[in-house]
Design a protein around this ligand. Structure first.
Ligand SMILES: NC(=O)c1ccc[n+]([C@@H]2O[C@H](COP(=O)([O-])OP(=O)(O)OC[C@H]3O[C@@H](n4cnc5c(N)ncnc54)[C@H](O)[C@@H]3O)[C@@H](O)[C@H]2O)c1
Ligand SMILES: [Zn+2]
Length: 370
């Protein structure tokens, strides 16, 4: 992984790619794309909300560089990340006679990045792909690392492919229109990087996060760069999640279970579920004797101080049962031989993977959240 002031490289040999972060980057997108694309045709798959707010700015920038553009919008929301939009997008690209050397651009949050990425990996067995993430969550997490895919009735992200983009372009200015609840939810993934690998970053966040989430672009630039840097390091070391990449799932085994039970209908956002899951991972680490109580308290206080609720009882989930949550946790993709792998903490800044988790204890912990 290499780094300059606003650029980080994900090192993956001949599939290495840059992550460029800048306020106002959208208006330079044409120039930035020039060296990366083989043909002049771009297929931009855009979230409907993002298209309405920022589409014309990107369109103008691409016009300036004389790109031929085909725009396709997708309704906002997690329910778009499924078979029906996947099929529709593949067929629209094929009907427009997309060629191997053409480029698909994902312009939106994590839903669009995962969906468009899987489409790009699939049509003609793979076309050029570029990410322009517009939510905080997508900018610090989902646009980097090449995991693409869709949800099925059996669960989240169970169908997909590892498919790396040719570049990730992050414009901080678009975050100005991101609803505050989405901003906070994305922030849960930022905290994750501090918790698993970088105590100093967590400390910095404790001091700066409130001001940063208030819209300070310099602080946001630092936090997004540091997050992408940690993600790039981890992905470069373990692209297909044989080991260390698993640490990025801190809070996700628990979180995905709550998300699935709430049905992806917007009542509980992915990042909110991750915050709940992170609190539970910290609490189980304490109860197993792996981490000091004061560390877990500090994590919880940090979330609460920003108004990011990590207590599931704050959400409308009275129908959720322990049995259903446990069932989801044993059906997660990371399950091997029926056993779930958990990410646990030994302190803030240090995480580890283990299967040696006491099921009864986890079940008690879950029941306390309902
Ligand atoms: N591939 C990965 O490695 C990875 C990692 C983490 C999460 N994910 C996936 O990411 C998804 C969640 O992503 P998300 O939180 O970005 O959700 P999202 O894509 O649904 O975006 C959240 C909301 O914000 C809106 N939005 C996005 N950018 C905006 C902007 N600049 N201004 C105004 N509104 C804007 C969208 O319209 C949407 O309503 C989940 O499906 C999750 O599984 C993938
Ligand atoms: Zn996540």
């Amino acid at each position: 992984m290499t780094k300059t002031r606003n650029e980080i490289t994900v090192d993956l040999g001949d599939r290495s790619y840059p992550i460029i972060t800048k306020a106002g980057l959208l208006s330079e997108a044409g120039d930035l794309l020039e060296p990366l694309v083989a043909s002049r045709r771009l297929f931009i798959i855009a979230d409907q909300n993002v298209y309405d707010l920022h589409g014309s700015q990107l369109k103008q920038a691409l016009d300036k560089s004389s790109f031929e553009q085909v725009w396709i919008t997708v309704p906002a929301g997690e329910s778009s990340k499924g078979w029906s939009q996947f099929t529709r997008l593949c067929e629209e690209l094929l009907s427009a006679r997309i060629e191997r050397s053409d480029t698909v651009i994902a312009f939106g949050g994590g839903v669009i990045g995962d969906l468009a990425g899987y489409v790009a990996a699939s049509v003609l067995r793979g076309v050029n792909f570029v990410q322009i993430p517009t939510s905080l969550l997508a900018q610090v997490d989902s646009s980097v690392g090449g995991k693409t895919g869709i949800n099925t009735p059996q669960g989240k992200n169970l169908v997909g492919a590892f498919y790396q983009p040719k570049a990730v372009f992050i414009d901080l200015s678009v975050l100005e229109t991101l609803p505050n609840r989405e901003l906070l939810a994305g922030y849960a993934e930022v905290v994750k990087y501090g918790l698993i690998r970088d105590y100093a970053f967590f400390e910095w966040l404790e001091q700066k996060a409130a001001e940063m989430l208030g819209g300070d672009l310099d602080l946001l630039q630092h936090a997004i760069m540091r997050s992408c840097e940690v993600k790039a390091e981890v992905v470069s070391a373990d692209e297909r999640e044989g080991g260390v990449r698993g640490l990025l799932n801190l809070g996700h085994t628990f979180g995905h279970a709550y998300e699935a039970e709430m049905g992806y209908d917007g009542r509980l956002l992915h990042g909110e579920a991750v915050a709940i899951g992170t609190r539970l991972a910290a609490e189980s680490s304490v109860r197993h004797g792996w981490m000091e109580r004061q560390e877990a308290t500090r994590i919880e206080q940090h979330f609460q101080s920003l108004g990011l609720n990590c207590d599931f009882s704050a959400y409308d989930g009275t129908h959720v049962t322990v049995a259903a949550l446990m069932d989801h946790m044993t059906r997660d993709k990371k399950v091997k031989g029926g056993q779930s792998t958990f990410v646990m903490l030994s302190r803030i800044g240090e995480a580890f993977l283990t299967k040696e988790v006491d099921k009864d204890m986890v079940s008690t912990l879950l029941s306390e959240t309902l």
